[in-house]
Ligand binder design. Structure first.
Ligand SMILES: [Zn+2]
Ligand SMILES: [Zn+2]
Length: 254
C-alpha cells in the first residue's frame, strides 16, 4: 500500500498546497488540495476521509464533488467524526456557502453521502486499508488515525497538540512502519502552538517519547509556510535524519 502526498502545507499562500493525501487510489485523506488531483484521480476517489473540519482540510471538497458529480457511478462517501461532519453540513455545504450535494440526486442516487465513523475500532476503507480513529487534542471534531495494510501500519496525527491515547494505541502496534505527524510552528513559538493545539519540534520530541519506538521513521507535514525554514532548522537540530519534512509529490509505502 502507498500514500501519495498531494498537499502538506499548514496554510495557504503563493505556491502552497493544503493538506491532502491519497491512500491508494480510492481514499483521499483530507480535501485541502483535492483540485491538485487529475480528473481521473478524482473520479477514482470513492471516499474522502476527514481528519477534522478546519478549512485547510475541507476547502476543496466542494470543488471536487462539483467537478465529478456528473461522472460518478456511486455517491462520494465523506467520512469523519460526527462533530466534523456537523460542521461541514452546517457551515459549508449548506445551500448557502456551497450547494448541499447530499440533497442533489443523480440517476444513481445522491451525489454525496456522509458517514460518521466510530472511534476506537478498526473499520475497512475502500481499497482494503483498515483504519482506526482516535480523538486528539484539537478542535472541529479532530481525529488522528492508525492505518493498517497487509504489510504494516501508520500512525497519522492529523492536526493535534500534545495528546495521549493516539500515541498509546500506536505504541501497542507491533508492525508500525512510520509516523506522519503535524508540526506547525518552530520551537520559539511553542506557546502559540499550545494555545492553538498544534505541535513544534520540541513538543513532537515529547510526543515521540510516548510512542517509545526510536527506530520508526517520522514524516512531518502542516508547517506554516512562512515559518518553514525555522521549523526545518529546529527539526534538524533535534532529530538529525530521523524526521523528514514531506513534500508534495512524495510517495510513502507501507
Ligand atoms: Zn486544524
Ligand atoms: Zn490544519
Amino acid at each position: 500500500m502507498y500514500i501519495d502526498v498531494i498537499g502538506v502545507d499548514g496554510s495557504k499562500q503563493y505556491g502552497c498546497c493544503l493538506c491532502s493525501m491519497l491512500l491508494g487510489e480510492s481514499v483521499l485523506l483530507d480535501a485541502g488540495s483535492a483540485s491538485m488531483l487529475s480528473g481521473t484521480q478524482q473520479d477514482n476517489v470513492e471516499m474522502v476521509l476527514l481528519t477534522h473540519a478546519h478549512l485547510d482540510h475541507v476547502l476543496e471538497l466542494g470543488f471536487m464533488i462539483d467537478a465529478t458529480v456528473s461522472r460518478r457511478d456511486e455517491p462520494l462517501r465523506v467520512m469523519g467524526s460526527k462533530a466534523c461532519l456537523d460542521v461541514v453540513k452546517k457551515h459549508y455545504m449548506n445551500d448557502l456557502l456551497w450547494p448541499d450535494f447530499s440533497r442533489i440526486k443523480t440517476s444513481r442516487g445522491p451525489a454525496l453521502v456522509y458517514e460518521e465513523m466510530q472511534d476506537r475500532e478498526w473499520f475497512e476503507l475502500p481499497g482494503g486499508i483498515k483504519a482506526w480513529s482516535e480523538p486528539v487534542c484539537h478542535s472541529a471534531g479532530a481525529r488522528g488515525f492508525l492505518f493498517r495494510s497487509s504489510t504494516g501500519s501508520i500512525l497519522h496525527t492529523g492536526d493535534t497538540g500534545p495528546t495521549e491515547t493516539l500515541w498509546k494505541r500506536g505504541a501497542e502496534l507491533g508492525d508500525l512502519s512510520m509516523v506522519i505527524a503535524e508540526v506547525s510552528f518552530p520551537d520559539n513559538q511553542t506557546d502559540i502552538a499550545i494555545a492553538s493545539n498544534h505541535l513544534t519540534p520540541v513538543l513532537l520530541e515529547n510526543e515521540l517519547k510516548k510512542l517509545n519506538k526510536p527506530d520508526v521513521p517520522v514524516y512531518t507535514f502542516h508547517l506554516k509556510p512562512w515559518l518553514r525554514h525555522e521549523i526545518e532548522r529546529d527539526l534538524a537540530r533535534r532529530f538529525r535524519d530521523r524526521v523528514v519534512v514531506l513534500r508534495r509529490g512524495d510517495r510513502l509505502e507501507f
